[in-house]
Design a protein around this ligand. Structure first.
Ligand code: IFM
Length: 482
């Protein structure tokens, strides 16, 4: 092995290894202490919306078993735990005074983390909008951004003495486009114009929350987590190249440009003109709010994508791609694109292609196009069809290989000049995977849902070794042997 290879197994001192969860996916106890309903309670209780009708009512019971989960984190050796605060636990109706009981849960969590030497990283919004705010129109309404800023101020004042790193919004693309455009996430609407308006107000809410958190916690490090994509054209035909550019606009540039340059990309403004209310909701001064300085950019990454122009399914097929039979969703139809997959690439249980090098590509692209900004990979991980062996263990070599590959990709990106300062495995626990219910397992820890029993998987032991040594096993070693 060359010296360079050896260097690329090791992370610098201070690199933040973490793991992540989100409130609705793990907490359960949805009626405890006066918690109000969120759009995900409503959506998951609507017949046909989630796999097997699964809901987050009990989830991993983390609300009651958090102490046990904190002990698992100690064993895992992580320096940080990223969790989200449930808005309807703090403000049951989405406005008005805070629930002290609701906040107390997060206080206990923060204190428990500090007692174990683990840094809390708080996400303020991971999709559980209080239902009354949706009843008033939800994210397509400007007022929701103002309500979010109020809520952010409440949480920052309550937890600010114990939390130094804040993420305003998680994956606003999902909240806007899956929730209001494709209808596969709460609140389940299929209207591209509403999705575009929600997109803008989620970014506006982010900007307002940055100011709210900064004023309550002046020394805070504040950012947001974007699920950016790597959108490649299926062929070099100009129509496919243009299709990939439209997807890049929707997934990447419509976020990065307003946040880091203070303007929306012209091609996307043009594309969404006429989809109402759409981006007509932008008002003077909004872009200044959205582009308020942030301290880091959180990037969630799982898989790259390949797209073709909607008129070119036959050509993509002839070029060797797997082309889906089903009708494109409303957002892709509006963008006039189809997503295709490459048969040669392995996939996770979500059907997502595994290509770790795409993460390096993404991180270095952000650095190249938007300048030097500290980055954290705030989510990366994979679902596989895990099972418990008769002797009670869970062997998950594919997950170990996936994590190993993506951690190496982070090192490669750092080597290429991207300032990546940390990495969070999604997820600590198997949990409620939104529309897929409990059918998909992303955890380092197996959850036996009927009993709540936790079983650390082999990937847990593997990641514990990485966090302890600050290094990956030398490349060439079987990444699957934990
Ligand atoms: O489970 C989700 C998480 O809530 C947001 N990012 C992607 C994960 C896997 O789909």
């Amino acid at each position: 092995m060359s010296e360079t290879d050896a260097d690329l197994d090791r992370f610098p001192a201070g690199f933040l290894f973490g793991t992540a969860t989100a409130a609705y996916q793990v907490e359960g106890s949805v009626h405890a202490d006066g918690r109000g309903p969120s759009i995900w309670d409503t959506f998951s209780h609507t017949p046909g919306k989630t796999r097997n009708g699964d809901t987050g009512d009990i989830a991993c019971d983390h609300f009651r078993r958090y102490d046990e989960d904190l002990d698992l984190m100690t064993e895992l050796g992580v320096g940080a735990y990223r969790f989200s605060v449930s808005w309807p636990r703090v403000q049951p109706t989405g406005k008005g005074p805070a629930s002290t009981d609701g906040l107390d849960f997060y206080r206990r969590l923060v204190d428990g983390l500090h007692a174990r030497g683990i840094e809390p990283v708080v996400t303020l919004y991971h999709w559980d909008l209080p239902q009354p705010l949706q009843d008033a129109g939800g994210w397509p309404e400007r007022d929701t951004a103002a309500r979010f800023a109020e809520y952010a101020a409440i949480v920052a004042q309550a937890l600010g003495d114990g939390v130094a790193r804040w993420i305003t919004v998680n994956e606003p693309w999902c909240a806007a486009w899956l929730g209001y455009g494709m209808g596969v996430h709460a609140p389940g609407l299929t209207d591209v114009g509403l999705a575009a308006a929600a997109h803008h107000h989620l970014l506006l809410g982010h900007g307002e929350a940055v100011a709210a958190v900064r004023s309550a916690v002046p020394a805070a490090q504040i950012g947001l987590s974007l699920n950016l994509g790597v959108a490649r054209p299926a062929t070099d035909d100009p129509d496919d190249v243009a299709a990939a550019l439209r997807v890049d606009g929707n997934q990447n540039r419509m976020f990065l440009d307003p946040l880091l340059r203070g303007s929306y990309p012209a091609d996307m403004l043009e594309h969404y003109r006429g989809r109402l209310p759409g981006l007509s909701v932008i008002r003077d001064g909004d872009l200044q709010v959205i582009s308020r300085p942030i301290d880091f950019l959180g990037i969630n990454f799982y898989s790259p994508g390949t797209v073709a122009d909607a008129s070119r399914a036959a050509q993509a097929n002839a070029a060797g791609y797997c082309v889906p039979d089903e009708q494109p969703n409303p957002v892709s139809a509006d963008l006039r694109v189809i997503s295709v997959t490459r048969p040669a690439f392995p996939q996770t249980a979500m059907g997502w292609e595994i290509e770790p090098g795409a993460l390096t590509e993404l991180l270095t692209r952000v650095r190249r196009d938007y300048g030097q900004i500290p980055m954290l990979v705030t989510e990366n991980g994979a679902a596989f069809d895990d099972y418990v062996e008769p002797e009670g263990t869970v062997r998950d070599p594919e997950r170990i290989r996936y994590l190993d590959g993506h951690l190496r990709a982070v090192l490669q990106a750092r080597e290429a000049g991207a300032d990546v300062q940390g990495y969070f495995v999604w997820s600590l626990l198997d949990n409620f995977e939104w529309g897929f219910g409990y059918s998909k397992r992303f955890g380092l820890v197996w959850i036996d849902y009927p009993t709540g029993t936790r079983i650390p998987k082999e990937s847990f032991r593997w990641y514990a070794r990485v966090t302890q040594e600050g290094a990956l096993p030398p490349s060439g070693n079987d990444a699957g042997s934990a």
